[in-house]
Design a protein around this ligand. Structure first.
Ligand code: SPD
Length: 276
C-alpha cells in the first residue's frame, strides 16, 4: 500500500507494508506504518513527522544547533516533540540539568513508546520532565528560566497553529534567560515560503541575531526543511563550542562544519529570512 502525504499542492508517497497504529485523538489523527524503504513512519493529520530512515538529520539539527550555539545550556525546554527524537539528541549533552518537554497530545508519546522505541528512548533520561498541555500556555508560566527552547511543532493548521504567532514568541522570549537560544521547526523555503517569512519576521522583531538552517530530509516534501535559530546573545550561525569526541561519535548529521554552512540560503530565499 502506498501512503501519500498530500498538502499545499504537493505530495510525497511511501510504500508501506503494514499499518501499526491508527488513532483519532481530540487533537489529530496519528498513523504509524512499517515501510519497504524507510523503516517506521509516523504521520499526524496525514503529514509525515518522521521516518526511521532519515529522522536523525532533523532531530540532530533541531537539538545541536541551539545547544552548541549556547556556551552553557543548563535548562532546556522542548515544545511539541512528543515523538521523543529531539529529547534523545538533547540527552547526549552533559550540560543540561533540566530537560522539560510540553507536548499537547499524550497519545503521541504513548504511540511512539509502543511502536518506535528508537525515538521514544529520549524520554528515558532522568533529567526529562514531561508536561502534557498547550505549549503556548506553558511558556507563560516561566520567566527568565530556559537557556535553550526548541519548538518541534507540526505544520500550522492543526494543534501547532498557536506556535507560529507573535504572541507566542513574545511569551517564549520572557521564559528564556538573557542570551538564551530558540530553535524552531521552520518549514521548507520551496513549499511554504509564507510560513518561513512569517516565522523569520516574528523572530527578527524580537531577537538581535538569527538564521535559517537548511536540513536535508528526503522524506519531507521537497527533501528539505528549515530550522529557525534566534538569540539576543550572539551570532547563532557559528557554534560557540565544538561537539566533544564523545558527542561527535554519536552523531550522523551534525558537525561544526555543517553548523557553519547550513545557514547559507539561496538568493531567492534571502528576503524571506530578512523579513520584518
Ligand atoms: N512538514 C512536517 C514537519 C514536521 C515537523 N515535526 C517533526 C517532528 C519530529 N520530531
Amino acid at each position: 500500500m502506498w501512503v501519500t502525504e498530500a498538502a499545499d499542492g504537493f505530495g510525497l508517497t511511501v510504500e508501506t507494508t503494514r499499518q501499526l497504529c491508527h488513532k483519532v485523538t481530540p487533537y489529530q489523527t496519528i498513523d504509524i506504518y512499517d515501510t519497504v524503504k524507510v523503516g517506521k513512519m509516523m504521520l499526524l493529520d496525514g503529514i509525515i513527522q518522521f521516518t526511521e530512515y532519515d529522522e536523525f538529520a532533523y532531530q540532530e539539527m533541531m537539538a545541536h544547533l541551539p545547544l552548541l550555539a549556547h556556551p552553557a545550556p543548563r535548562r532546556v525546554l522542548v515544545i511539541g516533540g512528543g515523538d521523543g527524537g529531539v529529547l534523545r539528541e538533547i540527552a547526549k549533552h552533559p550540560e543540561p540539568v533540566v530537560i522539560d518537554i510540553c507536548e499537547i497530545d499524550r497519545e503521541v508519546i504513548d504511540s511512539v513508546r509502543e511502536f518506535v522505541p528508537s525515538m521514544a528512548c529520549g524520554f528515558d533520561d532522568p533529567r526529562v520532565t514531561v508536561h502534557i498541555g498547550d505549549g503556548s500556555e506553558f511558556v507563560r508560566t516561566r520567566e527568565s528560566w530556559y537557556d535553550v527552547v526548541i519548538v518541534d511543532s507540526t505544520d500550522p493548521g492543526g494543534p501547532g497553529e498557536a506556535l507560529f504567532n507573535a504572541a507566542f514568541y513574545a511569551d517564549l522570549k520572557r521564559a528564556m534567560t538573557p542570551g538564551g537560544v530558540v530553535a524552531s521547526q521552520a518549514e521548507s523555503i520551496y513549499l511554504l515560503p509564507d510560513i518561513v517569512r512569517r516565522l523569520c519576521a516574528i523572530t527578527n522583531q524580537l531577537f538581535r541575531y538569527g538564521g535559517y538552517a537548511t536540513v536535508l530530509v528526503p522524506t519531507y516534501p521537497t527533501g528539505t526543511i528549515g530550522v529557525r535559530v534566534a538569540s539576543d546573545g550572539r551570532d547563532v550561525t557559528v557554534p560557540v563550542r565544538e561537539p566533544s569526541p564523545e558527542l561527535a561519535a554519536q552523531l550522523r548529521y551534525y558537525t561544526g562544519a555543517i553548523h557553519r554552512s547550513a545557514f547559507a540560503v539561496p538568493k531567492f530565499a534571502e528576503p524571506l529570512i530578512a523579513a520584518r
